[in-house]
Design a protein around this ligand. Sequence first.
Ligand SMILES: C[S@@+](CC[C@H](N)C(=O)[O-])C[C@H]1O[C@@H](n2cnc3c(N)ncnc32)[C@H](O)[C@@H]1O
Length: 212
Amino acid sequence: MELLAVEAYFSGLEGALPDSLKRVKDYALEHQVPVVSDQVGGFLKLLCGLTKPKRILELGSGISYSTHWMLLGWPNAQIVSVDANGDRIELARGFLEASGALTQVELHSSWIEPFLETRLGEFDLIFLDSVKKDYATLLSQCYKILLPEGLLVADNILYQGKVLSLLPEQEKKYAAGVGSIKAFNQAVAEHPALDAHFLSIGDGLLVARKLA
Ligand SMILES: C[S@@+](CC[C@H](N)C(=O)[O-])C[C@H]1O[C@@H](n2cnc3c(N)ncnc32)[C@H](O)[C@@H]1O
């Protein structure tokens, strides 16, 4: 079974995207900006609809595709979203304004690491979608600011399959990222206060609940 064909079949069943998402996706496709897959987006929407998080932290806003998916699931959420790329933050601001959702989102143009040091335990859901080589070092900071019963969700935990095998010619470019994702996955799996689930959705999605 070919995975891309499966994804296309399921997208067909789910029908057309709402305008708020379509605007962002069209831009991302035209300008080759990375965004979550629609399967991951749909799952984020479901998670937010089920858990109704008051406060969400998004690490890696990009141009707000995942932000829009989460708000579609739970429009009352307040989202703090961080990205070091100021141009993307401004595009995100424009897209959120066009969807009438900007009041729900606090956008920060900042590196994640120093930003996290300024936050206290206050988030019901953290969505991690930044550069893969940082995942391992971000885990303890994310854990600290997640509320008990809160969810840590991380995208790309398979790193396009590279965590399973890396060709010799890929070693130089990807070894650091692969090492970080593997260390992150292992640490989450062994964490005594996280109930971790590794899902084969999109490029691999972690959903971990912080135990009370
Ligand atoms: C995969 S994209 C995010 C896509 C977004 N979640 C979406 O679906 O629309 C990753 C983003 O993380 C940002 N990023 C990566 N490492 C970062 C860091 N250490 N601090 C801040 N932003 C970072 C990049 O600038 C990029 O826009």
